[in-house]
Ligand binder design. Structure first.
Ligand SMILES: *[C@@H]1O[C@H](CO)[C@@H](O)[C@H](O)[C@H]1NC(C)=O
Ligand SMILES: *[C@@H]1O[C@H](CO)[C@@H](O)[C@H](O)[C@H]1NC(C)=O
Length: 260
């Protein structure tokens, strides 16, 4: 029988038996005392995930994963990390780069105490970089500066990290992340899944659709877009184009096209 326990400097949690690994504090009524100084949910410590025998241990075997770290989505981040470790043949080869908009030691201790064996570093993303560049969107979550941190990955994480997978913190990985890592970039700097089942009606305002010229934008075209919730970036090349577009004007893409 496995029993879990975890401690952080300010929190003591006792045995939670085999309840699911992730438990928001509001639903825990037994044996848990928590100081009111933090609103973060609490998580039990995950076990150590070990490499399979076939795993290498050189730098070339490392799989770099970048995610944002934010108090609001912490539960999602925890679930995503756990899902990657669980499905990975070589979990010890995963290196995590968390981007945080705030100096948040409690986030660090939360993730550290939940995954004590995780190879991870937290990087500060300066929200000023996107200030004034975010247009109001229909989804409030998209208005958050940290949502655009992925665009600045190349400037944020160390230069010796040449390639990274970016994942949003609202997904669960159901297969070995190494498969995604193995995707052939075909010389491109960014790869992302194409999504062609979008219904754009609600993506644009009534004003947009009532303008005859604008409304024709999608006439006879397949409404596809790149879902950057999940993308692979070649950092070395991406850093050649530091002004990677936030507003997707085609001419701004040009400096980012790798010269092959
Ligand atoms: C953690 O990952 C970095 C690369 O991001 C690597 O240089 C370092 O050796 C790794 N540490 C461990 C303990 O595997
Ligand atoms: C797209 O969404 C709108 C509004 O939700 C709906 O009226 C319309 O039927 C949808 N179109 C398709 C092709 O599903």
């Amino acid at each position: 029988m496995v029993s879990w326990s975890f401690t952080t400097s300010r929190v003591v949690v006792v045995l939670l038996g085999l309840l699911s690994l992730f438990q928001p504090v509001t639903s825990i009524r037994l044996g848990l005392v928590r100081l009111p100084s933090s609103d973060l949910p609490l998580f039990r410590e995950a076990p150590a995930f070990r490499n399979g025998e076939e795993c290498g241990s050189t730098d070339a075997d490392r799989i770099n994963v970048a995610m944002t770290l934010d108090a609001n989505y912490l539960r999602g981040t925890m679930a995503a990390v756990l899902s990657m470790l669980q499905h990975s043949t070589c979990p010890e080869n995963l290196a995590f780069y968390f981007l945080s908009a705030h100096d948040a030691p409690e986030l660090f201790s939360s993730i550290k105490s939940t995954f004590p064996y995780l190879n991870m570093t937290i990087y500060h993303f300066n929200s000023d970089r996107v200030r004034g560049k975010i247009s109001k969107s229909i989804r409030q979550a998209l208005d958050q500066p940290l949502n655009y941190a992925r665009i600045y990955l190349a400037d944020t994480i160390p230069e010796n990290v040449k390639r990274v997978i970016y994942l949003d913190s609202d997904l669960v990985v159901v297969d070995d992340i190494a498969k995604l890592w193995g995707v052939d970039m075909e010389g491109k700097i960014v790869a992302a899944p194409e999504y062609c089942h979008a219904n754009f009606t609600l993506y644009f305002t009534k004003d947009f659709w009532s303008d005859p010229t604008l409304a024709k934008t999608f006439d006879g075209r397949k409404p596809c877009y790149f879902n950057t919730d999940n993308s692979i970036t070649h950092v070395e090349r991406a850093s050649l184009c530091r002004s990677f577009p936030t507003s997707a004007r085609p001419e701004q893409h040009i400096p980012c096209t790798p010269a092959e």
